[in-house]
Design a protein around this ligand. Structure first.
Ligand code: ADP
Length: 193
């Protein structure tokens, strides 16, 4: 496969929609020569969101590790907010807050295509915690949330965008959210011809 054919899945989360950032977020992908090949607003159920996020221990532990790192960095104790320092249990609690948040209001789902689209989009979006995201990334420019600030309020981190982490994950997510709906083909001026 030509790297130009690679596709990734993006969700503009409820905070991105409610901050009026739909256009700005899509613009940032388009200006890097990536192309939008499917886009739609929708409001998923909690159950549909449950099918989107992994449930395996490896994923839960990774969420726990990211959370722990944020707490250690700022001198907070995870036990105060989670009642445990078990990384998998922390991951499970965060996952539940995440499902609540992602089913709380409309979102915009997008399929983005282009050279190494998965990595390019992750780079444009920035790291998970907006407080550590560089200026110039979407999360660094438009949010200042962190694990500690979110977890004290028992909620998900507001970081505007979800983007697939690997091409395999992108394939699963595009199938999950677009099903039989069309993903379009067209040529971008100056990029595809
Ligand atoms: P990413 O979205 O950068 O791929 P992850 O897959 O690690 O990040 O986490 C999924 C989502 O879970 C994040 O985008 C964020 O909204 C939320 N999240 C992660 N860690 C926490 C946490 N400690 N507290 C609240 N929400 C979190």
């Amino acid at each position: 496969m030509n790297p130009k054919e690679e596709k990734t899945f993006v969700l503009i989360k409820p905070d991105g929609v409610r901050k009026g950032l739909v256009g700005e977020i899509i613009k940032r992908f388009e200006q890097r020569d990536l192309k939008v090949v499917a886009v739609e607003m929708f409001h998923p159920s909690r159950r549909e969101m449950d099918g989107h996020y992994p449930k395996d221990e490896k994923w839960l532990r990774r969420i726990g590790e990211k959370t722990m790192a944020n707490y250690v960095k700022y001198g907070y104790n995870v036990k105060d907010d989670f009642g445990t320092s078990d990384l998998i249990r922390i991951g499970k609690t965060v996952r539940s807050w995440l499902l609540d948040f992602m089913s709380s209001a409309p979102m915009v789902k997008v399929v983005v295509q282009g050279v190494h689209a998965v990595d390019m989009v992750r780079k444009i979006v920035g790291p998970t915690m907006p407080n550590t995201a560089e200026m110039g990334t979407i999360r660094g420019d438009y949010s200042v949330d962190s694990a500690v600030s979110a977890n004290i309020e028992k909620r998900a981190v507001f970081n505007l965008v979800h983007a697939s982490e690997t091409p395999a994950e992108a394939k699963h997510e595009i199938a999950h959210w677009f099903g039989k709906k069309p993903v379009f083909k067209y040529k971008r001026f100056g990029v595809d011809e």
